[in-house]
Write a protein that binds this ligand. Structure first.
Ligand SMILES: [Zn+2]
Ligand SMILES: [Zn+2]
Ligand SMILES: [Zn+2]
Length: 216
């Protein structure tokens, strides 16, 4: 691993720890990030260390972390949803991808995946320029169920909700990854068909259900 990659891995590790709560330089040292590395990041304006040794990201550091973790988590989505690669292999390759993806490629992947907001572990994916513009040059391969038109169908890939109650409820009626679901009508209310079931559904719920569109 070259120097730049090592620094990026350190930033990623620190940022992910900070997503969970506080972290001190001593704790980081125990997890393998040396004092010398931390000083270098501080001198480069990436992190601050206060008198209690609490480490924080500067706004520059936060921006760089968001870019990295966005690539990492989009790569995870790409592997789990399109390539069916999971587990440790997914983790390892996601960590390689994050160092090499350009902004353009990252935005293409994000668009193909339907601008996902969470990774397969349920962690947030920071949005990129493509997510707000919703540029239409690329037809997404994966999109939220509420984006399908009446008559179109898709196979559920994942449901992006942190609401466990809602997830359990959807699963219990048979809406889960692998289910083929068709949009019956969108007006006056969204109605979907799957298996033998006809269900009227809130658009807000449909927005969390990501499908791979089926060719009609
Ligand atoms: Zn990594
Ligand atoms: Zn993840
Ligand atoms: Zn996007």
């Amino acid at each position: 691993m070259d120097k730049k990659q090592q620094l990026e891995e350190n930033l990623e590790a620190i940022g992910m720890r900070l997503e969970e709560g506080k972290i001190t330089s001593d704790e980081l040292e125990m997890s393998g990030i040396s004092d010398a590395d931390l000083y270098e990041m501080r001198d480069n304006g990436i992190i601050t260390v206060d008198s209690d040794k609490n480490v924080a990201l500067t706004s520059k550091g936060q921006g760089e972390f968001n870019t990295l973790i966005r690539r990492h988590r989009l790569a995870e989505r790409l592997m789990s949803d399109i390539l069916n690669i999971g587990g440790e292999s997914m983790e390892k390759h996601a960590c390689e991808f994050e160092h090499i993806l350009s902004t353009d490629i990252t935005e293409s992947i994000c668009t193909l995946l339907g601008h996902p907001t969470t990774c397969p572990h349920g962690k947030a994916i920071p949005p990129g320029g493509c997510c707000s513009n919703r540029r239409r040059e690329l037809e997404p391969l994966i999109l939220p169920l509420d984006s399908l038109s009446a008559g179109e169908g898709g196979k559920i890939l994942y449901i992006s909700t942190r609401d466990h109650y809602r997830l359990d409820k959807l699963t219990s009626i048979g809406l889960m990854p692998g289910t083929i679901v068709k949009v019956h009508q969108k007006q006056p209310a969204l109605v979907v068909l799957f298996d033998e079931t006809t269900l009227s559904m809130d658009t807000e719920i449909a927005r969390d259900i990501y499908v791979r569109k089926l060719k009609n």
